[in-house]
Ligand binder design. Structure first.
Ligand SMILES: O=P(O)(O)OC[C@H]1O[C@@H](O)[C@@H](O)[C@@H](O)[C@@H]1O
Length: 408
């Protein structure tokens, strides 16, 4: 096998980026707006059947929030369709159907917007904060969104704060504590920090710092570099198999976030932890036969769930792009660039469906896909990976190392 030169590898990546952008702007965004948005009832459909027909079914808060984010990004990426209208459309349904009197967001409503599950799930609050940040860059008057996010964060801090760091799942306490919602809370806090608007900047910065510290000191296993999923009330991994579960997609997703946070704070230790985590995921969480990041392994790298959902593939791309950007040698950058290429090629296999713009979500161990409707929840992952690629091309962080340093 010949090793590609830097310019060949960059050209390959650029070609894949262009294909992704074309797919996004001419196929995905049009169908997820024209058919994926529910003009009759408001909001967005949970899933589109692979023939393009919407599924009328209960709707999760996280999906509405994610679609608001996706259409806000669409505008930033230069989609000429009605991105601002789509954001308003989603936000109206999201706030109208899910926002509770105390400023938190309920978890599930019917297609018509009637409450089906009024409970407050930490994961959904993270996505509410995230959607409010994204929408505030689009709407004419962001002040009410800034205020809603501030109120929600304060409510979480007042009711769910864990003295050992991070948040409880519920009050009264419900164990185990989960790493996953904290990952999305870090993502949401970073979104507010990067926006730099509103009177709460100190609070958003503090929240991002607290969660990054929690990850570095408690969630990551110092022996392996893996990040675990399930914890007791003091952030020790739960006993038994659940305490040993590792999700390769989450390793990549945390790595991407820790690079962002580490760059912001000048914390080389966070970047090093991210690199180690993503390396571990590449080495033990990617099935070489399918070149796909699998759903779950155990902390001795043995397989647990060898299926491969779509989203771990986008997280692999995001981690690779982020780590290429902080590489200090050409060899290291080239390694991560190559992994980004591999991740995008695998992603395209999920996008290869009869109705362009839709996707398959679950790759089976035998290399075939489960035939099922395309979940809207996945769009946020894909568009986020595309935006990360776009940013990296724009700031030169995927180019030759020397050039990138000269630019910095
Ligand atoms: O399972 P859906 O709703 O498609 O979400 C996809 C996935 O998103 C990721 O960011 C993680 O939070 C996963 O735990 C989650 O499963």
């Amino acid at each position: 096998m010949t090793i590609p030169t830097v310019s060949e590898q960059s050209a390959t990546l650029q070609g894949l980026r262009d294909r992704l952008m074309t797919w996004l702007t001419t196929q995905a965004l049009p169908i997820w707006w024209e058919t994926g948005a529910d003009r009759e009832r408001g909001g967005f459909h949970e899933r589109l059947d692979l023939d393009g027909t919407p599924c009328i079914e209960p709707r999760r808060a996280r999906v509405q929030a994610r679609q608001v984010f996706a259409f806000a990004v669409a505008g930033r990426l230069g989609w000429t369709g009605p991105s601002a209208q789509a954001v308003e459309h989603g936000l109206t349904f999201f706030r109208g159907a899910y926002e509770r009197p105390d400023g938190t967001f309920r978890t599930l409503v019917s297609a018509e917007g009637a409450t089906l599950d009024d409970s407050v799930v930490l994961y959904d609050q993270a996505f509410a904060l995230f959607a409010l940040a994204a929408a505030s860059t689009v709407v004419a008057d962001p002040a009410p969104l800034v205020a809603a996010a501030s109120r929600l964060r304060q409510r979480l801090e007042a009711t769910l704060k864990n003295p050992a760091g991070g948040f409880e799942e519920a009050a009264p306490r419900k164990l185990p504590l989960l790493a996953n919602p904290h990952m999305h809370l870090l993502e949401a806090s970073l979104a507010w920090v990067e926006l730099g608007v509103g009177p709460d900047q100190a609070a958003w910065n503090a929240l991002a710092d607290e969660i990054a510290q929690l990850a570095l000191t408690r969630l990551i296993d110092p022996a392996t570099g893996y990040l675990r999923e399930f914890f007791d009330g003091d952030w020790a991994p739960v006993a038994g198999r659940d305490g040993r579960i590792v999700e390769p997609g989450h390793l990549f997703e945390w790595a991407w976030l820790l690079v962002r946070w580490g760059k912001l704070r000048g914390r080389e230790d966070a970047v090093a932890a991210a690199r180690r985590m993503a390396e571990a995921s590449e080495a033990t969480g990617v099935d070489p036969a399918r070149d796909a990041a699998v759903n779950a392994i155990l902390d001795d790298a043995s397989p647990l769930d060898p299926g491969a959902r779509l989203w771990p593939q986008t997280e692999r791309i995001k981690a690779a792009v982020a780590l290429a950007g902080v590489a200090t040698t050409e060899a290291e950058r080239s390694l991560w660039r190559g992994r980004a290429v591999a991740g995008i090629r695998t992603l395209f296999t999920y996008l290869d469906v009869a109705v362009p713009g839709l996707w398959r979500d679950k790759l089976k161990p035998d290399g075939s896909f489960i035939e099922e409707p395309a979940p809207a929840s996945t769009f946020y992952h894909i568009i986020c990976a595309i935006e990360e690629l776009e940013r990296a091309f724009a700031n030169g962080s995927l180019g030759p190392v020397a050039t990138a340093q000269a630019v910095a």
